[in-house]
Design a protein around this ligand. Structure first.
Ligand code: SAM
Length: 277
């Protein structure tokens, strides 16, 4: 019997029984593996950490995209940093009014492997509105002259190549290239275990020093440490209230996100509020 195991802390581990290892590659940036499993279907890991799986990826991708898209009306140009599996792009493309998505991914091998082995998630990466740029996100935001209505940082954790996407300078450059009412959303770790909670506090402190409004919202994602996961919401103008087109939302037939979830996701448990104070 074969198992994939991820250590959530020194004392807690999470294991998934696997059918087989489908693909493995030591890329220039990280160790990439794709497994097939009994419970979660196929899943991608980078340096041994779960990135996406076919069973619960809809939760993460719907929440990282539909929350900001239903706060700010008329989003036209989006910058995605990371996001190599393509789930964020797939959700963004549900909005026909959106004009262009620049996706800056450091590791082209992630994109190619997901296109081949995880097509349910990656199948929209070839869309004509998507401009794939293979570069380091921190360098891209420091040098681009373009501006964006929305930036989504769909990155790995603050270790390895993802570490630079949690730096002050990265957030300052994101602020500079956002339009005057722009929004930044990022993956913001979990409040539950000590290590991820400490990262959560650091990210929020940095964002609060730069943006007039910086808070977090939550989702329940079974395969991320503790299952209780946060996203950062940093905004120049908009409060995170729902301002969506409810008829359009009904047509999208999403599986997790709806207007009530939007509101509830910003209602934080007391211990999380306390940690962020
Ligand atoms: N949902 C995922 C999670 O939180 O576990 C994130 C998924 S996505 C696969 C993360 C992507 O960020 C990876 O493909 C990785 O190569 C990319 N990435 C890491 N550091 C980066 C950087 N500095 N610039 C651009 N992309 C980066």
């Amino acid at each position: 019997m074969k198992w994939f195991t991820e250590y959530w802390t020194d004392n807690v581990k999470f294991s998934i029984r696997i059918k087989k290892l489908v693909y493995t590659k030591e890329t220039k940036f990280q160790k990439l593996e794709i497994y097939d499993s009994y419970e979660f279907g196929r899943f991608l890991t980078l340096d041994g950490y779960m990135m996406v799986n076919e069973k619960d990826e809809f939760i993460y991708h719907e929440m990282i995209v539909h929350v900001p898209m239903n706060v700010k009306p008329n989003v036209k140009n989006v910058l995605v940093i990371g996001g190599g599996d393509g789930g964020t792009v797939r959700e963004l493309l549900r909005y026909n009014d959106l004009e262009s998505i620049d996706m800056v991914e450091i590791d082209e091998e992630v994109v190619r492997a997901c296109q081949e082995f995880l097509p349910l998630i990656a199948h929209k990466l070839n869309d004509s509105k998507v401009n794939l740029i293979f570069a380091d996100g921190i360098e891209y935001v420091a040098t681009t002259e373009k501006s964006y209505d929305l930036i989504i940082v769909d990155s790995t954790d603050p270790i390895g190549p993802g570490a630079s996407l949690y730096k002050n300078q990265f957030y300052k450059d994101c602020y500079r290239i956002l339009t005057e009412d722009g929004i930044l959303v990022n993956q913001h770790e979990s409040p539950y275990f000590d290590d991820t909670r400490s990262e959560m506090k650091k990210i929020n402190k940095k964002l609060r020093a730069i943006f007039p409004l910086a808070t977090v919202y939550q989702a329940f994602i079974p395969t991320y440490p503790s299952g209780h996961w946060l996203f950062g919401f940093a905004s120049k103008k908009f409060t995170p209230d729902y301002r969506g087109n409810t008829d359009l939302l009904a047509k999208l037939k999403l599986r997790y996100y709806n207007q009530e979830v939007h509101k509830g996701s910003f209602a934080l448990p007391n211990y999380v509020k306390e940690e962020l104070r």
